[in-house]
Write a protein that binds this ligand. Structure first.
Ligand code: NAP
Length: 255
């Protein structure tokens, strides 16, 4: 089967491409570097010629409120116009668990707009909502940094390894469309501030983690369970310790 992976050069995209190729599919890794730009629409129709499934794991290069909304709205319209022309049978998109509960955040208003377009367009779809990737912990710390410390909510988080995300997305790409949302998450939940402290200890980051109930998450106030999946989520196998060990052995193997 021919499958187009939009954002195929990214963290999740490159792993989805590898996973689907290992299963014998013909996969196009689409990104600006390979001549496919969802913002201008260029290269989309050519990439989708003869394809059956499109997987969208692209992300906005800027997290600024207006830029994110424009990225997901414009990209969505261009992607779906090309999908209609190519007769795509299944659109799989990666979103975030709790997106509907995070409208206070500019980034999540962009994801809400992306999901809305998917539901409206009429191409059979599966929205895979994932919890935060372990690989994103550094990004969360950066967004929450305040001089020498990092202020984080004590809300719960149930992060997942990117390998587990990619496997789940690839599984859905070859399955029938759900025409709804499925959730995926990691095997363990912990408080965001506690997990960040563990991450800092493991990486030797000397900054102080401050558990601060008023701290916002990318502009949104979190309740204890805002970032947690429902009871039917598919759970990944890799917990924090296993993920951290894997990263260290991959780094050692690369040297
Ligand atoms: N971070 C998390 O914890 C988390 C949790 C749940 C869901 N998600 C979702 O997961 C998705 C993927 O995240 P990621 O971390 O894998 O992203 P990433 O590593 O930043 O990769 C983003 C991809 O999008 C591509 N891209 C950017 N602009 C494009 C354009 N105009 N046209 C085509 N492709 C474009 C990039 O191409 P280049 O090679 O040019 O960079 C890259 O391949 C996002 O939609 C995000 O919302 C993230």
């Amino acid at each position: 089967m021919k499958i187009v992976v939009i954002g195929g050069s990214g963290l999740i995209g490159s792993k989805v491409v590898k996973n689907l190729r290992a299963r014998g599919h013909e996969v196009v890794a689409a990104s600006p570097a390979s001549g496919v730009d969802t913002m201008t629409g260029s290269g989309l129709r050519e990439a989708m010629e003869g394809a059956r499934v499109v997987v969208d794991v692209a992300n906005s290069p800027s997290f600024e409120d207006k830029a994110v909304l424009e990225f997901f709205e414009t990209s969505g319209r261009n992607i779906f116009a090309a999908e209609k022309a190519a007769g795509i049978a299944h659109h799989v998109a990666l979103s975030v668990v709790g997106t509907d509960r995070l409208a206070q955040s500019g980034y999540f208003r962009g994801k809400i707009a992306q999901e809305k377009l998917i539901r409206q367009w009429g191409v059979p779809y599966t929205i895979v909502q994932s919890t935060q990737f372990f690989e994103f912990l550094g990004g969360i710390a950066k967004a929450s940094a305040n001089e020498g410390s990092v202020h984080l909510s004590g809300a719960y988080i149930q992060p997942i390894a990117s390998d587990d995300v990619a496997r789940a997305v690839a599984d859905h790409a070859v399955d029938a469309p759900v025409n709804g949302v499925v959730e995926i998450a990691g095997p363990e939940k912990s408080r965001l501030s506690d997990l960040m402290q563990r991450y800092f200890t493991a990486t030797g980051d000397a900054r102080t983690v401050v558990a601060d109930e008023g701290a916002l998450y990318f502009g949104a106030q979190l309740a204890a369970d805002t970032l947690l999946p429902g009871a039917h989520a598919r759970l990944g196998a890799v917990n924090f310790d296993a993920w951290f060990r894997q990263g260290q052995s991959r780094t050692q193997a690369a040297h």
